[in-house]
Design a protein around this ligand. Structure first.
Ligand code: HAM
Length: 412
């Protein structure tokens, strides 16, 4: 990340720290790589991520390790290992950092990309689903994505009571329509039939439009949960579009899934964030039944969406005041003055290359300094400096000893 992008990343992570903190989330940082099993078990062997996209390697003692393709698996693994949501307690955690997937690179899709994510462990209530969805939407609003360019898609994936029978119906449907579907979708019939809803092939999309929908065969508990999530979103005015074919690319989901897509600037990789509930994931790792849910958002895609909307994030560092030295003799005094201004919390710059006074003023202008403190030999001898206002061109004198107070009061 070059400085312009890195500043945008810092702006987004700071926004997340502030906003997520207000929702009661605490930071967690998990390793960039884990035992491969953490991901294969959690995300699912038959997903694209695990079967095609992981960076897996052996370490010197022959253990299989994998660069994390996403953040949830590591957070849940760590929470179990350290008892973060033990015995009926709950944990609200957020993270930010790079993820790795061996995907075909294109606009908005890279092999190392950056996510900001949040997970709630130990919360089963549908109001938590609505809370975390609200948080995701508010984040995008806070960084500047216009509301009319985002669509929140919502669906329920059911649970172990209603999904297996539905999965079987989709399998039968795929087998029946096999001739009209691509090879991959045919293969999916046995490994992961619901993934066929995610196939980008236009013929498959057309065929799958007639496939049975889980919405019509949710069990009573899942249907009630889904209705309650929607009611809670309505209460806080979060607009959503029901997307009965939204399945998402990870196997750990139960019940609620959601995705935020943008309408401009991203082409086919238009999902800037997504997530859902994963009530069985902790058990997959051998832990006690612990419901969970969360989301992750993609930094690069969010940035592209912001650029498309003409929003400039991550402004360059500002210079409040420039300290100019008239000649070589007063340079040490300029050096000390800049240090004092910085220690007092102001953004100060100065020249280290013995430039002429004229080019120091040019540089002050380029840096956008509002004031220039000019240190000259005669004035310094009488314990004074000149402070020039770069907008009005007014010049005033101040005592060297009072320069911090004088500059601060002129900056307002
Ligand atoms: P995901 O949908 O795979 O979910 O990724 C979340 C976001 O990461 C996507 O919406 C997208 O913006 C970004 N993203 C994914 N792959 C790439 C890529 N190759 N290049 C650039 N951006 C990408 C998860 O990762 C889940 N862990 C979310 C979650 C958390 N579910 C529950 N808790």
């Amino acid at each position: 990340m070059l400085p312009g992008t890195a500043r945008a990343w810092e702006f987004m992570t700071k926004t997340a720290q502030d906003l997520f903190g207000r929702y009661g989330f605490e930071p967690i940082y998990t390793p960039l790589f884990e035992h491969t099993e953490v991901f294969t078990r959690g995300i699912g062997e038959a997903t694209d991520i695990v079967s095609k996209e992981m960076y897996t390697f052996e370490d010197r003692s022959g253990r299989s390790l994998t660069l994390r393709p996403e953040g949830t698996a590591g957070v849940v693994r760590a929470a179990l290992e350290h008892g973060l949501a033990a015995q009926g307690s709950s944990a609200k955690l957020y993270y930010a950092g790079p993820m790795f997937r061996y995907e075909r690179p294109q606009k908005g899709r890279m092999r190392q990309f950056w996510q900001i994510g949040a997970e709630v462990l130990g919360a089963a209530e549908p109001s938590t689903d609505a809370e975390i969805i609200t948080l995701l939407v508010r984040f995008f609003e806070s960084v500047g994505i216009p509301l009319d360019r985002m669509t929140l898609l919502l669906n329920s994936m059911g649970d172990e009571a209603c999904r297996p029978a539905y999965r079987e119906r989709v399998r039968q449907f795929i087998l029946q329509k096999g001739a009209e579907l691509c090879e991959e979708c045919n293969r999916r019939a046995d490994t992961n039939p619901l993934r066929a809803f995610d196939c980008k092939n236009p013929e498959c999309v057309a065929v799958m439009a007639d496939a049975p929908l889980l919405r019509d065969s949710l069990c009573d508990e899942c249907a009630e949960h889904y209705e309650s999530v929607k009611r809670h979103l309505d209460l806080v005015g979060i607009a959503y579009v029901e997307a009965p074919r939204l399945v998402r690319g990870l196997d750990y989901y139960t019940r609620t899934v959601f995705e935020v897509q943008v309408t401009h600037g991203l082409g086919s990789q238009n999902a800037i964030g997504g997530g859902g509930r994963y009530d069985r994931l902790m058990q997959e790792y051998g832990g006690p039944p612990t419901p969970g849910l969360g989301f992750a958002l993609g930094f690069e895609r969010t940035l592209l969406a912001l650029e498309a909307a003409g929003v400039d994030v991550g402004a360059a560092p500002r210079t409040d005041v420039y300290v100019a030295a008239v000649d070589a003799d007063v340079r040490p005094a300029a050096f000390v003055t800049a240090a004092r201004l910085r220690d007092a919390g102001m953004a100060a710059s100065l020249d280290h290359q013995a430039r002429s006074l004229k080019s120091q003023f040019k540089q002050a202008d380029r840096l956008g300094a509002r004031l220039v403190v000019v240190i000259g030999p005669d004035e310094l001898a009488s314990g004074q400096v000149t402070i020039r206002n770069m907008d009005t061109k007014d010049e005033t004198r101040a005592a060297v000893d009072d320069v911090v107070v004088a500059v601060r009061s002129r900056l307002g």
